[in-house]
Each structure stands twice: as C-alpha cells, then as structure tokens.
Design a protein around this ligand. Structure first.
Ligand SMILES: Cc1cc2nc3c(=O)[nH]c(=O)nc-3n(C[C@H](O)[C@H](O)[C@H](O)COP(=O)(O)OP(=O)(O)OC[C@H]3O[C@@H](n4cnc5c(N)ncnc54)[C@H](O)[C@@H]3O)c2cc1C
Length: 531
C-alpha cells in the first residue's frame, strides 16, 4: 500500500464529533483520514448544547488551538464570528408538566413547571446547533487542517493487521483502501466498528426501550407570544429561547428554535405509549399525540414539517465494548440514552478530551493500551450513570414535582462542575454527573434507585415519596451553588451572582476569588448581582 493510503488515524464518520477529533489529531501532528458515508451539508439530530458541553468545547479549542471554532461555544461570539451558520439561542431548560387529554393546568404555585437558566444573558448563552451548518463547518476545518475526507464512501470491511487496520470500501464506483494504526468510530450507535468487530450490544437496566419520532418544522409559535403559559411575573429568561420540554406520562416532547425559521421538535415515548400512538406511522402519529396535548397543539397549530418525519424504533443503545487494541468508539457510538437533559454532547466531548489526551501523551508508549482500557471503562460508566438518572426521570413523568426534584440532581452536578472548572481551569476532569464524587455519586445512585424501586412496586407511597424528595434535597445541597434547594423560588431558577458567591465555600474558594472571576469574565450581567 502506498504511503498516501497509510494514516496514523482513521476516523469513521464526519459528524461534529468525528470532525473535531480529526482536527485535534491533526493539531497533534497525526496523519488523519475521515471516512463518511454521506456528504455535507446534511440533516443530523442532536442539536441542543449545554453549559458543560460548551465549556468542554471551549477547553478543547484552547488546548488544541482551534481559534476558529472557539467562538461557536457561546451565542454572542458565534453571532459575531459565523453569522451565516444557523443556530438557536438556549438560555435555559424549560419544562412543562402536562396531563394527557387535558389542557395545561398552569398551577399558581408553579408546581407543573420548571425553568432553569443556564446563563445570565444572551452573550454567554448556549446554543442549539443547526447541525447541517455546524457539522459542515467542522468537516471543512478538519480538511483545511490536512485531514483527508472520503465522503459518499461505503465502508465494506475493517480488517485487523499487525500494525492496526486496513479499511476497504467504495466511492463513486471505485475501490477505496486505506491503512491506519488507530481507528476511532464516530458513526453513531451500533455504527461501523460494531458491525465489523462484531461488538456485543447490551441494555441499560431500568430504561424503557423508548421510540422516537422527530422532524424540523416551520411556523412553530412562540409560547410567550400566544400566552399558553401566562404569568404575571417575568420569567428568569425568555421561555422559548431555551430547550423546551413538554413532559407527560409515557414520554416527552422537545422544541428547539433556530434563528433561520426552523424549529426542531420530536417525541421520545415509552413502548406502551408509542404503540398506542402507532408512532411508526410518522406524521399521523404526531397529530394523534398533539390531540392529547391541547397546549402543545396550539403551539403547533400553524406548523408544517420542513423534512419528512424520522421514526426511531429504539432510541437507547449501549455497546458492551467501547475500546480495544488500536480502536475506540466515541461515546456517541458506544451508547445513547435519551435526548432528555442534552447529555449526548457533553458525554461525547468528554470522550474526545480523553482520547485526545491519550493520543497526545501516550501514542508511542506502551501505556496507550492502558489508556484505552481506562477510556472504555469511563465511557461506559458515564453512559450508565446518565441512563440511571434518565430512567428515574421516565419513571416520574406522571409526578411532575418528583420529576423536577430529580432533574435538579443533573442541574446541581452540571452547574457545580462548570463553576469549579471556570474558577480552577486545568483541574482534572470529573466524571459526568460527578459520578466519581465520593458523596454525590452514591447519593445520586441512591435517589434514582429509590424512585426506580418504587416504580417497580407500582409507585411510591405518600410517605416514601416525601422521603425521596427529602433525600434528593440532601443529595443536592452540598453542590447547590444555584439556589436549587430554595423552595421560595417556586421552580424558577435564574443565574445569580449572589448564589455563586454564597457557594464559594462549597467550591473550595474564597468569595473574593468568585468576585475576581465575575469581574474578569463579564459572566454575570450587573443587574443580576444582588446588593
Ligand atoms: C432524537 C435524538 C435527539 C438528540 N438530542 C440531543 C440534544 O439535544 N443534545 C445532545 O447533547 N445530544 C443529543 N442527542 C445525541 C446526539 O445526537 C449525539 O451525541 C451526536 O449527534 C453525536 O455526534 P456524532 O458526530 O458522533 O454522530 P452523528 O451526528 O450521528 O454523525 C455520524 C456520522 O457518521 C456517518 N456514518 C454513519 N454510518 C457510517 C458508516 N457506516 N460509514 C461511514 N460513515 C457513517 C453519518 O453519515 C454521520 O455523518 C440526540 C440524539 C437523538 C437520537
């Protein structure tokens, strides 16, 4: 084989994850080939970023000198640097609890809603990535950095050789053959390497085999315009400039608005509800679902699908393996839990960080194999932790206050991790959801276990439910730097400098360090600082 066909690293798939990894590997001086079955620009699902995802993206860009990508880690810099790439403003996580067949109640005490701000202003806000634009941009960047991209390529074989892998396929009727010492699979759940290496698939215990139905739409109305969820008080952020979740027994709907008139929306439903709705039928099933959710139906009254509906018979996926000799699955190929809480991007970015670090520091050493072993263990353990929390959330869809309390476990872990890393850049990466925290990790598992065991017995008794709520509050408290345990906020949680200052001790720093950080970063707008 000619040298032109030999590479250090072959990346399978050129979605955001494959292209980012390829780009980082080029920065590390590795020769890289990307093999992609489709061609950019193309539709891809998975669009909503989060504070942790954006921080991880930012850190990756700083460490590997990706200055053209770094601005895409926040709304303000994105709009100024790449206004032609469509995206959506995500100021927070908006949840409404519905009862199927009834109009949204809109409880006066806000017990059927939860608004958690992810940022204090638009400038530093998160985004929804319009993946057709975002992924094409990253793939172009990877190519410009010297990665070879074979797009429209059908991969037919991946054979192990003494020094790695030989990959064979076909592009435009002509054979393609490349050799690579290391293969990273970024082709998604059950992707290319799973097939070629015959990797076993396993299950997440307790997580229903949910089905998914989704599309892009035009004409989706803003909730704040049509007053579906009226309030006399001003919410902590505009409720539509967020990831909107409509939650109900058996499933939930996401609504993500982009700045090009397109809105992404879809449903994840338990098998029972999916069968009842005959989700596989696509558009008619979507209409049947909205018939049962009058408030959401009004939101979609003038909406038209801009793409054919996509039906997914099974959303969750867990591979039994995530890495081995000379190969690794990115977290997005190793597992998928559910779109709930936008866990896909941070998990994937954590995996890119870990693989990049292993390639940077251990590539030519014996320790590389041990690094891959550790990568596999962590990748699967993180997916399992996310799945446990999401399983408990699915089990509590019919009890919104319990659902809201459980979801604050996620917000506590995410906001604490973000603040800790911003205050002490370069500290070791904790596991996702702080699963390796000696106090919070077991407490999180215990809270989820209580809810799941209760659900398995047909539901928690009122006393057990009260205990569970208190247990959740106790678990959150040591990490709560966002006022999540403050019940007087009645489920509306803005980002306040005062909360961060009050949490300095929990973060292991002085209040002066927090003040200094706030001054330096411009992170908190002055109006949000309490006197
Ligand atoms: C319904 C749904 C909603 C989601 N919502 C969110 C969300 O809001 N937030 C979040 O953080 N995560 C979300 N996720 C997860 C998110 O989609 C993934 O984390 C993310 O897309 C991973 O990116 P990727 O580049 O690894 O994979 P992908 O975007 O899936 O890209 C894979 C690429 O590989 C190519 N490919 C596939 N097979 C082959 C092959 N055999 N040979 C060569 N190329 C191949 C494809 O053409 C594609 O370009 C969601 C997932 C689903 C299913």
């Amino acid at each position: 084989m000619s040298d032109a066909r030999r590479f250090d690293i072959a990346v399978l798939g050129s979605g955001f994850a494959g292209s980012l990894l390829a780009l980082v590997c080029r920065r590390l001086g590795r020769s890289v080939v990307m093999i992609e079955r489709g061609a950019h620009p193309r539709f891809a699902i998975g669009e909503s970023s989060s504070p942790l995802a954006n921080l991880l993206l930012e850190e990756l860009c700083d460490r590997y000198d990706l200055s053209r990508i770094r601005p895409l880690s926040a709304w303000g810099t994105w709009q100024r640097s790449q206004p032609s790439l469509a995206c959506g403003l995500k100021r927070g996580f908006t949840f409404y609890g519905h009862r199927l067949g009834r109009d949204f109640a809109g409880a006066a005490d806000r017990s059927d809603q939860l608004l958690v701000a992810a940022s204090p202003n638009d400038e530093v806000a998160d985004t929804h990535w319009y993946r057709a634009d975002f992924d094409a941009f990253l793939a172009d960047e990877a190519r410009a950095a010297g990665a070879k991209l074979f797009d429209r390529t059908r991969l037919d074989a991946a054979r192990r050789t003494g020094g790695g892998f030989e990959l064979e396929g076909e592009r435009a009727g002509r054979p393609v053959s490349v050799a690579a010492r290391f293969v990273a699979d970024a082709t998604g759940p059950g992707g290319a390497l799973a097939r070629f290496l015959g990797l076993p698939a396993t299950r997440f215990p307790g997580l229903p085999a949910t089905q998914g139905l989704y599309a892009h739409f035009t004409g989706v109305r803003r909730l704040d315009e049509i007053g579906i969820f009226p309030s006399s008080e001003e919410p902590p952020y505009p409720v539509d400039g967020a990831a909107v979740h409509h939650v109900f027994e058996g499933g939930w709907i996401w609504v993500l608005r982009f700045n090009n008139g397109i809105t992404s929306a879809g449903v994840a439903a338990t098998p029972a509800l999916a069968e009842e709705l005959r989700l596989a039928e696509g558009a008619p099933a979507w209409d049947r679902l909205l018939e049962r959710l009058p408030a959401v139906r009004r939101q979609f009254a003038q909406a038209r699908p801009a793409l054919p509906f996509v039906f997914r018979e099974s959303l969750p996926f867990r591979s039994g393996r995530a890495a081995g000799e000379n190969w690794a699955l990115l977290p997005s190929a190793a597992a998928f839990v559910d779109p709930l809480l936008s866990t896909g991007f941070p998990l994937t970015l954590l995996g890119i960080h870990r693989l990049a670090d292993a390639i940077e520091t251990s590539w030519d050493r014996e320790s590389f194999a041990a690094r891959l072993e550790a990568y596999e263990k962590t990748t699967l353990a993180e997916a399992d932790t996310a799945a446990r929390l999401v399983s408990a959330l699915f089990a509590s869809f019919g009890d919104f206050p319990l659902f809201a309390a459980l979801s604050k476990l996620y917000f506590a872990a995410a906001s604490f991790t973000e603040a800790a890393r911003r205050l002490s850049p370069g500290a070791a990466l904790p596991m996702f959801l702080r699963a390796d925290d000696p106090v919070f990790g077991p407490a999180l598992r215990d809270c989820c276990g209580t809810v799941l065991n209760g659900a398995a017995r047909g539901g928690l008794s009122p006393a057990e439910r009260e205990d569970a709520l208190q247990k959740i509050t106790r678990a959150i408290e040591p990490l709560d730097i966002a006022g999540l345990c403050d019940s007087s906020r009645r489920n509306w949680h803005p980002v306040l400098a005062a909360d961060l200052l009050a949490g300095a001790g929990k973060l292991g720093v002085e209040a002066a360090d927090v003040e200094d950080f706030l001054d330096r970063s411009g992170f908190i707008a002055p109006r949000t600082v309490r006197a």
